[in-house]
Design a protein around this ligand. Structure first.
Ligand code: AGP
Length: 615
């Protein structure tokens, strides 16, 4: 988490850095800061707890001037989100300035040693040891690049670090250790940029060089030199990235989250574009380098992900098992990476990550690769670490997702996994030509069905939000492919409305959670007309028999359901494998309108960050 942005060139650095931080705010937004060095080597820092607007006001009152700047937007790990703990951090002389993303796992030991040598610290962060280490090495006569490199060797953990020194105002050193989020260098004309991710650079330049783990960049306004962390020069490839930053604008909607929910038909269409063959119908996944022989020899598929994306993989795993007749599991990547899983050359490990930067997902993918697995990334960000690190990538093509709560990428990731399952099933002979064709034809219906789902229930969400907003907690129940949607519904509600919610397989309720049922704990029941419909009706009866309140998410046209529940949100009738993608719409909109009713910051909910680049 945390966003880093640096600038060296001929323009005033502070406004550029501030604008860069705005584009990175999804990575963390509990405090922010900027450091600027002028040509005379005078270094000054402004930092402020709270959202970026606080730093902007501070800079209006106390401007900074200079052509070299370094900024940071923070998601706190060590030390509360206060002014003092905000980055950038300085050494004791006030000449070395550092911004950092990651956790210095041995900071207590380092801080103790430095304190014993006379260093004093002004924050509760782990980061602050880094400028002090660098200053010690500068004092021994090392260059800035050498000092940063040697200091980095003392740190345990995964890090992205950027550093400047008042004594070398035309140099910025950035480095990356492990998978604590990326660092990319952007090339301008007589000016250079450094940022945590590519989208932050795109309004300024499309010529970029992402650092690999174990690399560092010594940047000047004219260019940069790339080195490994053991001091060898490397030729990191410069790439040209195409992306339209205008697409990220809110487009007339009150919040990015609402815009992103509403554009799901279009983003699903983008995901399908070029992937549907029609004569005969087939899923065309030309990005996959695996031969039919390799696909046939697979013995299992392991999907890796976190949070919302992990719920999407639960749908993906079930669909894969169903269509490809392959054992498939959806794994919490943070657990998988530490449990010594069984992996071999016949395993396909699919890392699913909107950002492509989630630390646990990346590590789990690397672990599987180490065990011999073939790896596939499903991500929304071309050039992300997941994309670069996997054997192959299937892009979600959802367009930029700015709202911290994932919505359109949740649907697109399920859609990509559906296509993948159909492709695997066909390649392995588990699906006949006709069956594979039927799935492709069904997938092609998704954009239109999403459009219908968005049209249904107009005005109802606002009414339900007002009616249920006082509830202390919610339960979400689903079965089969809708169990993960129940979990996602609870997660969406928690993260933006701050109301406690639990999502579970409906049958699980009887094994404990049923004790929570009362008139103040609404139950959202996903009860579409599918094979498990009658079972879900049974679960609804159990809730009603205990005085519970039920909001059903049901198939439009199922008039009988209304008499059995308190309120209904409709989903258009659809093929069973599209049901999770369509049922996602009402759970997203219910959470959205509840949060709006509460006056919450929907796009930047408290305590969260869009990508979790620390474990
Ligand atoms: C949910 O709305 C969150 N955005 C979060 O759970 C997210 O899905 C998770 O952190 C994984 O992110 P990724 O898809 O970028 O890897």
């Amino acid at each position: 988490m945390c966003g880093i942005f640096g600038y060296l060139g001929h323009q005033d650095a502070a406004p550029l850095v501030l604008a860069g931080l705005e584009r990175l705010a999804y990575r963390g937004y509990d405090s922010a800061g900027v450091a600027v060095i002028d040509r005379a080597g005078h270094l000054e820092v402004r930092k402020s707890a709270g959202k970026l607007a606080n730093l902007t006001s501070l800079l209006e009152r106390e401007p900074l001037s200079g052509n070299a700047g370094l900024g940071h937007t923070r998601w706190a790990t060590h030390g509360a989100p206060t002014d003092a703990n905000a980055h950038p951090h300085l050494d004791g002389t006030g000449e070395v300035v550092v911004v950092h993303n990651g956790i210095v796992e041995n900071y207590i030991e380092l801080k103790g040693r430095l304190a014993a040598e006379g260093h004093t610290f002004t924050s509760a962060t782990d980061t602050e040891v880094i400028p002090h280490l660098i200053q010690e090495l500068l004092a021994q006569g090392h260059t800035l690049a050498e000092a940063v490199r040697l200091a980095a060797a003392e740190l345990r953990g995964a890090h992205a670090i950027a550093c400047m020194h008042a004594g070398s105002p035309g140099t910025l050193v950035a480095l990356r250790i492990g998978n604590a989020g990326g660092v990319s260098v952007g090339f301008g004309s007589g000016e250079m940029f450094v940022a945590s991710d590519l989208p932050a650079l795109l309004p300024l330049t499309t010529s970029v060089a992402p650092l690999a783990p174990g690399e560092m960049a010594v940047v000047t306004p004219e260019g940069c030199e790339m080195l490994t962390l053991d001091g060898r020069r490397v030729d990191t490839a410069r790439q040209t990235i195409a992306m339209n930053p205008v697409a990220a604008a809110r487009g007339g909607h009150r919040h990015f989250m609402l815009k992103e929910i509403m554009e799901q038909p279009e983003s699903a269409m983008s995901c399908l574009r070029g992937r549907l063959g029609f004569t005969p119908p087939s899923a065309v996944l030309g990005e996959l380098p695996f031969t039919s022989e390799e696909l046939r020899s697979l013995s299992r598929v392991v999907f890796l992900g976190m949070g919302t994306t992990q719920y999407a993989t639960r749908v993906g795993a079930r669909t894969t098992e169903l269509l490809a007749r392959l054992p498939a599991s959806a794994e919490d990547a943070s657990e998988y990476r530490y449990r010594e899983p069984v992996v071999d050359e016949r395993t396909l490990a699919v890392a699913v990550s909107q950002s492509g930067e989630t630390a646990d997902t990346l590590e789990a993918m690397h672990l599987a690769a180490g065990g011999g697995a073939r790896t596939l990334a499903i991500t929304n960000v071309a050039g992300s670490q997941a994309d670069r690190g996997a054997d192959a990538t299937l892009l979600m093509h959802a367009g930029p997702e700015i709202g911290v709560a994932s919505t359109k990428t949740f649907v697109n990731s399920m859609l990509v996994m559906y296509l993948l399952a159909a492709h695997l099933g066909h390649a392995r002979g588990a699906l006949t030509d006709a069956a594979a064709a039927a799935h492709v034809e069904e997938a092609a219906r998704l954009p239109a069905l999403l459009g219908e789902a968005l049209e249904l229930n107009r005005g109802v969400y606002e009414r339900l939000a007002a009616a249920y907003v006082k509830a202390r907690r919610f339960l979400f129940l689903g079965r089969g492919l809708l169990d993960p949607i129940a979990r996602e519904g609870a997660l969406k509600l928690k993260e933006i409305s701050y109301i406690h919610a639990e999502g579970m397989a409906a049958a699980e309720m009887k094994h404990g959670p049923i004790a929570l049922i009362d008139g103040e704990t609404p139950v959202v029941a996903l009860v579409l007309r599918d094979a498990l419909y009658e079972k879900m009706l049974g679960n609804i009866s159990e809730v009603k028999a205990r005085g519970g309140v039920v909001i059903a998410i049901a198939t439009a046209g199922d008039d009988s359901i209304e008499a059995q529940v308190d309120d209904v949100l409709w989903v258009p009738p659809c093929p069973p494998l599209l049901a999770p993608m369509l049922a996602a719409v009402p759970v997203q909109l219910f959470a959205y309108h509840t949060a709006v009713h509460l006056g919450n910051d929907v796009d930047q909910p408290r305590n969260l960050a869009k990508s979790v680049t620390v474990e």
